[in-house]
Design a protein around this ligand. Structure first.
Ligand code: GTP
Ligand code: MG
Length: 237
């Protein structure tokens, strides 16, 4: 078994939450309401994974499965600049695959092996992992099929992360909790369709101009919350 690697988030707060960074051989599920920062965190990791090991990266490339057309090269450019990296070189190491429907999303992952090996991929992003399934399987009668398909996808993601010793990050949009007394939900609304195969689950939440990240149900991390912000340079303290 190869050594587990970690990718810094470039922030003290989130690195503390992740105990050093996003791990390889694992799926990190990031869920939360719109605007919480899921996509910005993914973009930031696309840059930090490329840093050398001494600086918290894995000197690796990225496979970015973009299901909502929210990958933005110009965001990568500004994040790379803010971290003192050459934006063009950084962009060159990010392979973006646009998934047009859930079957296509599955196919991209099924065929990812050679792409991962040829491009020294160390980070696999699926943003959003759930959106296309949710859009295509509407209504109660289709819920179990959706769940099966999503479970299968998440298991393949998990197996891919383990096989190639890469980090996988999967996002899932959920509504914010209506519960004012206990604050944040600890479960995604709409069921734990994604939970089973995920090794780590992180809940992101807006709090005014700040953002809150909470580690949920991790066997290896204390259940804690940290504050972070979203800036032109990506996620920040
Ligand atoms: P959904 O995909 O809609 O579920 O949301 P998300 O969780 O992916 O949110 P995303 O990561 O796209 O965050 C969007 C927020 O990031 C915006 O509302 C801004 O607050 C912040 N943001 C994005 N780009 C910039 C930027 O260049 N500068 C600053 N200061 N903030 C930014
Ligand atoms: Mg997003």
């Amino acid at each position: 078994r190869q050594d587990i690697g970690k990718i810094t988030t470039g922030t003290n707060a989130l690195d503390t939450l992740f105990d050093g960074g996003i791990e390889t051989q694992a799926v990190t599920e990031v869920y939360g309401e719109f605007g919480a920062g899921k996509t910005q965190l993914c973009h930031t990791l696309c840059v930090t994974v490329q840093k050398p090991k001494e600086e918290g990266g894995l000197d690796g490339g990225v496979l970015y499965i973009d299901t909502e057309h929210t990958f933005r090269p110009e965001r990568i450019v500004s994040i790379a600049k803010s971290k003192g990296l050459d934006p063009e070189k950084v962009l060159d190491r990010i392979m973006v695959a646009r998934a047009y429907n859930s079957a296509h999303q599955e196919l991209i992952l099924q065929e990812a092996g050679p792409v991962i090996e040829e491009n020294k991929i160390k980070l696999l992003v699926v943003d959003s992992a759930v959106g296309l399934f949710r859009a295509e399987f509407l209504g109660r009668g289709t819920l179990s099929v959706r769940q099966q398909r999503l479970n299968k996808f998440m298991h393949l993601l998990s197996r891919t992360a383990e096989t190639y010793n890469i980090a996988a990050i999967a996002t899932n949009q959920v509504q914010s909790s209506p519960d004012q007394f206990f604050g944040d939900p600890t479960r995604p609304v709409g069921g734990n369709v994604v939970a089973h195969a995920s090794t780590y689950r992180v809940y992101l939440k807006k709090s005014g101009k700040k953002r809150i990240a909470r580690m949920v149900d991790s066997p290896h991390h204390p259940e804690q919350e940290v504050l972070y912000t979203l800036t032109e340079g990506g996620v920040a303290d």
